[in-house]
Design a binder for this molecule. Sequence first.
Ligand code: AMP
Ligand code: MG
Length: 786
Amino acid sequence: MATPKKITNSPYPMVDVDKALNTVLTKCETLALELIDMKTDGPESFLDRVLAEDVRSVENLPPFPASMMDGYAVVAKDGKGTFDVCGSATAGSEPIVTYMASGSVVYITTGAPMPKGTDAVVPIEDTEEIEGHRVVVKKAVRAGQWVRPIGSDVRAGDTVLDKHTVISATEVGLLACVGATRVKVYKRPTLAVFSTGDELVQPWESLRGGKIRDSNRPMLCSAAVSAGAIVRSYGIVKDQEVPLKELMMSALNESDIIVTSGGVSMGSLDLVKPLLEEIGNVHFGRMCMKPGKPTTFATVVSEKDGRTKLIFGLPGNPVSCMVVFRLLVDPAIKALSGIPLVACHHSRVHARLKMPLTLDPKRPEYHRAHLSWRETLGSPGEFIATSTGVQQSSRLLSMRSSTALLCLPSGTGTLKNGAVVPALLLGSQIPPPERVTPHMDGYTLHGASDASLGKDLGKNTVPHGEPSCPCCKIHGKSTTSNSIHVKDPPRYGGSFVHPKSTVLRVGILTVSDRASRGVYGDLGGPEIMTCLADHISSLWETDYRVVGDEKNVIEASLCDFADRTNCNLVITTGGTGPSLRDVTPDATMAVCDRIFPGFGERMRQISGTYVPTAILSRQVVGTRGQCLIVNLPGSPSSIRQILPEIFEPLAHMLFLLNASKIVLTKTLDTPLNVRASDFIVDVVNKKWIDEKLEKFGNGTITAVVEKVLDVVKEREADENSVFTIARGCGRKKAKTSISLSLSPGYLAYLKRMQMKYNIADIQKTLRIILDFALEGDEGGEVHGIF
Ligand code: AMP
Ligand code: MG
């Protein structure tokens, strides 16, 4: 073996991962076959083995025409009527009646052979036993009805399992079913693992003097067992040529695959590469990937049997080591075990990034991530990828709970959150859905959204095949809210992508006993969605649930939103009042680690400008980790009053919590800057206000205007007619100014309407409203204002 020299440039070219995997797979030779026997080895010994032969059934199943029901075997053409029961046929025995003529019936159980002469079974529920051995057949059956013909499950000669099938529980059942209990399978590869490094001690030893624990070997052994190999652990070997070579040679004698870790980099004590050069054929010594660059792959042809042994020299850093094991060794174990090469590759899906990821300028990166399946209304669903955090190759925590490797290309810059990247699934499990909605369990997404949004309430129109909610039975329930019509609010929105922004994920939790039981459709949740759509122009999406006023259920939902479905913001509606069932703030305080009392006060202040009872609301705002939780009252009008005014502090807080920018469509600071004397109204408006003041003898102009605004604000149904239909008859009217000191809530309302209906300014917005009041008075139409 050549004496290692310090080298600064690696002589090994960097090979692409795909090419490297191809090289590995082409060197894989399937192993010899062995016979396993269900009777002596047990059925569990079949699990995960790969069939080395096709399995056929030599018999028909069922081997006789069998009854599918408990009932009476009949001659179908006899039809309905009263018949003598001339015998019985039960599962597992020959029929007592060997031939039955027309005019009588035979009692039969499920799975029993049909007596000769009978051609159908009448289920027991369609018959009535009468005195003696007689029975009334109340429903006629067709010939063949409720009978499984011979070979209808499996026909003699049918292939029930193909060569190369991986045997799982169902396959074990099939083998048993056709009696194929001795089958040929491929032998499992034997895989040797050892770690190299002077610094390594056993995992159970304490650390001193520059030592670290050998984490790679236990990890690789476990990974190899789960991949289907028989594992031999060869311990730790020092960075010394002789012991390393000795261990390698004895491992080669006893194994099909050898996996080492450490000693493949460019240090003076990295001895694995030179050893592999000496004893075998090195196919590559560097891979173009991050992490795992120094990975080395060699083969040695055994002098004993001429078989090709595979040697993987994995890097020492635990993450690199594990990532490369997944990318190269996993597929090799499969290939040797008899799995066809095409099926040895990891499943590849596409996933949408939940956060921005910076690219490596030189090498493609296999970024560890957790995938979950997200269902969003109106889209077929997609995988969402959440990074496992700092990706340093020594930080094994970056592999913890990772279910996928994101394949990031090399390049400059950053992939934005929301970008779609290929992802290799680690393991065969399909990632679970991102959202669980306990209330909606067993409920289709479409059904859930429609029902919970109050659509179709009271019409009893259950779309065919769409289950109604198992707990609220909303579709079937008569309701007092027949008149409520809620248009589908948007469940997600925004189009503006800010370089610093991620998708804002908002958990919406409606807390209401009655809405959760389906007594009425929830209006709060949809109102919040509408507000989000009106005010946020960067990307946002919602996760929406309706629960009853149960503290533990509210707590669980909040934790689920914050911890599992990764909401940045949770808005609750309902359950904030003083009644004993109102426990949303208590649940919020129980799950939050910090409370922001000023925020709650501000919200009460805002609603206080509308209703004096606002002081009774116990709304709380707090954070759980990086998730901000905000309580709103239950009434849609208070949501409309409060939410638009708190978007700015909300956005600021979310920025500080998540360092992610939320771009608001409209800022609401303008109205607060409007000076009272700025209000310009039409002279006719002013005259109308003066008339009202005169009529009532006291009050202020502001009070009159606020009264008008109250009425318009409360009349959501009229909003459209106020601001679009009745608006702007085109007359040029003389203007005058009035002195108003509207409180912030009213100013905010004017601003919101101005934005919503695209009106030039809030002066004009107020004129439109006053026109509406005036015209109502003139036309005799009672607006109910005064
Ligand atoms: P190497 O590939 O030998 O240069 O090692 C690279 C890094 O991985 C060094 O920091 C080693 O201490 C560490 N390392 C090597 N082998 C192991 C192992 N078996 N378990 C944990 N860390 C290791
Ligand atoms: Mg080393």
